[in-house]
Design a protein around this ligand. Structure first.
Ligand code: FES
Ligand SMILES: [Fe+2]
Length: 339
């Protein structure tokens, strides 16, 4: 399976990274993340240059990470500064270093750039969507799925599946219009917007008329002003719900390749209003909804073994956002394969 390498990827929630090593497999590598004394996060390849022990099983000594095997110490840039069996004045060789990745922490999310530094995008995914006021009311779920990022992301923008897959959606035949998907000039983002006139016709089933009380608690009964849906290359899909009373709900999903077969899927539901009861219901539902998607995606992934199969799929206008995402994703993959 191929995935895009030159992208910011979500590596962890901010709350996961403390002043001790935290390991996660990302883009086919073992990565160790930790906070230094000033709270800044650093990310290194976790394979010790000596005998390949996992640095994430080691510990911090000041701002150095110490390998659990023979105690070599690496600084925040991945340069080995101390070898206990060869103490000073023995030199530490130039080659004794592990790759170090650029980290950015924003809105409670830790982003990593593990690709080509020269291709780095200055803008983080979701820069126009995420905001500090909603992070305090964020309910999150993290899971490792046996699927490609593309399959997971496409499902995220699939408007037609919820009534058939998800507990809180009714089976109602709804005509889904072909979305007016807009692609940014640098082709790193796509978005469509459902305005006030369309949204209240389309989304009534998500609010006041929704028979299930849990759906009413989650989505509220206040009419919507608009919904903005988007995808940022390579791993973010989101729904931004804006209500007429100004309340904002954001549902986001970040897919990060773990290796060729598995993908981390981080999802969050957040609001700019605190509501402990809704948060309890959301916590339950986020897990249920992700379980339902994961089961479905797992079955589907086993059937879609190659791009040839993708080319044989039939699509209808309602599939347009997912297909636009697939095209954008494929274009960036081609760029990387060419370079
Ligand atoms: S394997 Fe890391 S110090 Fe020996
Ligand atoms: Fe779903």
């Amino acid at each position: 399976m191929a995935y895009i390498k030159n992208s910011w990827y979500m590596a962890a929630w901010s709350s996961e990274i403390e002043d001790k090593p935290f390991g996660r497999n990302l883009l086919g590598e073992r990565v160790v993340m930790f906070r230094d004394g000033s709270g800044e996060i650093h990310a290194l390849n976790a394979m010790c240059r000596h005998r390949n022990a996992d640095l994430s099983a080691g510990k911090l000594v000041g701002d150095h990470i110490q390998c659990p095997f023979h105690g070599w110490q690496y600084d925040t840039k991945g340069i080995c500064r101390y070898i206990p069996s060869q103490p000073p004045p023995h030199p530490v060789y130039e080659t004794a270093r592990v790759p170090c990745y650029t980290v950015k922490e924003q809105h409670g999310i830790v982003w990593l750039w593990m690709g080509d530094e020269g291709a780095m995008d200055e803008r983080l995914p979701g820069a126009d969507i995420f905001r500090d006021e909603t992070v305090v009311n964020r309910i999150a779920d993290t899971r490792l799925q046996a699927a490609t990022p593309l399959t997971i992301l496409e499902n995220g923008l699939d408007d037609a599946h919820p009534p058939f897959v998800h507990t809180l959606d009714e089976v109602v035949p709804t005509q889904l219009p072909r979305r007016d998907v807009r692609i940014s000039e640098n082709r790193r983002r796509m978005q469509y917007h459902i305005d006030e006139t369309a949204v209240n016709a389309e989304y009534t089933h998500q609010t006041a008329d929704k028979p299930d009380w849990r759906a009413r608690v989650i989505y509220g009964t206040t009419p919507l002003k608009s919904v903005t849906v988007g995808f940022d290359v390579a791993g973010l899909v989101y729904f931004l719900y804006e209500h007429v009373n100004g309340e904002i709900l954001i549902f986001s999903g970040m897919a990060t390749p773990s290796d060729d077969e598995y993908t981390w899927f981080f999802t969050a539901f957040e609001s700019d209003r605190s509501n402990w009861f809704r948060n309890r219901v959301v916590r339950w539902y986020l897990r249920v909804q992700n379980d339902e998607d994961e089961t479905l995606i797992g079955c589907m992934q086993r059937q879609v073994q190659s791009d040839d199969n993708l080319n044989l799929q039939l699509s209808v206008p309602a599939d347009h956002p997912g297909l636009s995402l697939r095209r954008l994703y494929g274009d960036w993959l081609k760029v990387e394969i060419r370079t």
